[in-house]
Design a protein around this ligand. Structure first.
Ligand code: DOR
Ligand code: ZN
Ligand code: ZN
Length: 456
């Protein structure tokens, strides 16, 4: 049906598609030259190209942006690296990722960020940006601010006293006029410690229920509440990662409605899997924040229209590492892979009526582009030709062994989804088509944060 790998600077036209432009679908096609979208038109008006792709009436959307992935490179490349992680992204219609800093070493200096950029540029097949880790000395934030990364990631439960620490960090950022958004994993360390003491005293069996009670919903809600107070004092942009409670999202939403610079993300696993469903999978379904009870999941689903971003929190670990927790859940690492299944699961939620297709696509394209100031996420003349061709009606079943990253197991195993990525283009190159990776390591580029792009 489609042409194979194209020459690097070949012009391409993609005809007979439903283009997602300005939040709506338009029948037509587009013409790509030098990696950019040069012309958008009714098919008949497109210039002649070196190759012509017939989209067969499928959707052509901006490539997805996954703002939350752990590609483990450097430090844990036996779990995933920039090449394998980016192959999984490409196969899932994701053309830009924001990689988390919890590598070995933690990427929390300008020098380490620059080194990681060059690892990404040697290995990735999709474009990327990076989250910086919180540096030991706050002065380092001044240098980090010059590296072009948009955000600083904070794991609040790893800080002794997260609220006073964050207060110092926010004051520093304001004082030096630094342009960051803080991406925060919000869980209260004090409550985690208290919960653990309680369940250990009771002598609870160390299964997934132990993990869920340790990382309780109120540990998330209380921390979000305290951080929002800081935002109101310091007026610093904060993005809350993987919110798993409706109570947490309601607090963020009301601050947002009052005009404070806050945003938040949900993950497909918190939207589609519950503690009850995950229980029998044991350590495979261990993740932080944990899968919540069915009541929480339903409430989260009901509030999906309010969330700014859906992100995967792609967090690979080896099977050997995971099964160490079969008898004692505390011995397994937390994390679920998801960059490849993010878009199909989101399309499935849209198909099932939880939100419209238009809303769903915005939550992984233009919304993340705006929040993290990336010049990506929209189809317009002059934009990078980052695109995903999607068969919205195609039903298929998620199989771990068919994934394109290093991890070949997933808690979504066997789930029937509706919506299949047929082809992915990054800056005009076909990186993935019909099950096959077509690009070599190193095509991906580090994308500097800019002021937000304007799309009418
Ligand atoms: O489940 C998780 N896995 N939650 C985190 O916050 C970290 C992540 C990881 O890096 O494995
Ligand atoms: Zn996290
Ligand atoms: Zn994460």
């Amino acid at each position: 049906m489609f042409l194979g790998v194209l020459m690097s600077n070949a012009s391409i036209s993609i005809k007979n598609v439903l283009l997602f432009i300005n939040n709506t679908f338009i029948r037509g096609g587009l013409y790509i030259e030098d990696g950019k979208i040069k012309k958008i038109a009714k098919d008949i008006k497109l210039p002649n190209a070196d190759s012509v792709i017939d989209g067969n009436g499928n959707l052509l959307i901006p490539g997805g942006i996954d703002v939350h992935v752990h590609f483990r490179d450097p430090g844990f490349t036996y779990k995933e690296d920039f090449y394998t992680g980016s192959c999984a992204a490409a196969a899932g219609g994701i053309t830009t990722v924001l990689d988390m800093p919890n590598n070995k070493p933690m990427i929390n200096t300008a020098q380490l960020l620059n080194e990681k950029k060059s690892i990404g540029e040697q290995k990735s097949i999709v474009d990327f940006s990076l989250h910086a880790g919180l540096p030991e000395k706050l002065e380092e934030l001044i240098r980090i601010n010059q590296t072009g990364v948009p955000s600083v990631k904070v794991y609040s439960y790893l800080l002794q006293d997260s609220i006073s620490m964050l207060s110092r960090v926010f004051s520093f950022v304001k004082e030096h006029n630094l342009n960051f958004i803080f991406a925060i994993h919000a869980e209260s360390r004090q409550l985690l410690v208290k919960n653990k003491r309680f369940i250990d005293d009771v002598g609870l069996k160390k299964d997934l229920t132990y993990h869920a009670l340790h990382h309780s919903p109120d540990a998330e809600v209380k921390e979000i509440e305290a951080i929002l107070e800081l935002v109101k004092t310091h007026i610093v942009p904060v993005h809350f990662c993987h919110v798993s409670t409706k109570e947490g999202s309601e607090l963020i939403l009301s601050a947002k409605r009052e005009g404070y610079p806050v945003s938040f993300e949900y993950t497909p696993h918190h939207l589609l899997l519950s503690h009850e469903k995950g229980y029998s999978m044991g350590p495979i379904a261990k993740v932080n924040p944990p899968l919540r009870g069915q009541q929480h999941v339903m409430k989260l689903q009901g509030s999906i229209s309010d969330v700014d971003i859906i992100a995967s929190d792609h967090a690979p670990h080896t099977y050997e590492e995971k099964i160490k927790g079969i008898k004692d859940i505390t011995k397994a690492p937390s994390g679920i892979v998801g960059v490849e299944t993010l878009l199909p699961l989101l399309l499935t939620l849209a198909h099932n009526g939880f939100l419209s297709y238009e809303e769903a696509i915005k939550k992984i394209t233009i919304n993340p582009a705006r929040i993290f100031s990336l010049p990506k996420g929209a189809i317009y003349e002059g934009a990078d030709a980052d695109l995903a061709l999607i068969d919205r009606r195609k039903e298929w079943v998620i199989r771990g062994r068919e994934l394109h990253g290093m991890t070949l197991f997933t808690p979504f195993e066997g789930l029937k989804v509706r919506g299949k990525v047929l082809m992915t283009l990054v800056r005009g190159r076909i990186v993935y088509q019909n099950g096959e990776i077509l690009e070599k390591p190193g095509w991906g580029k580090f994308i500097e944060s800019t002021s937000p792009i304007m799309v009418s």
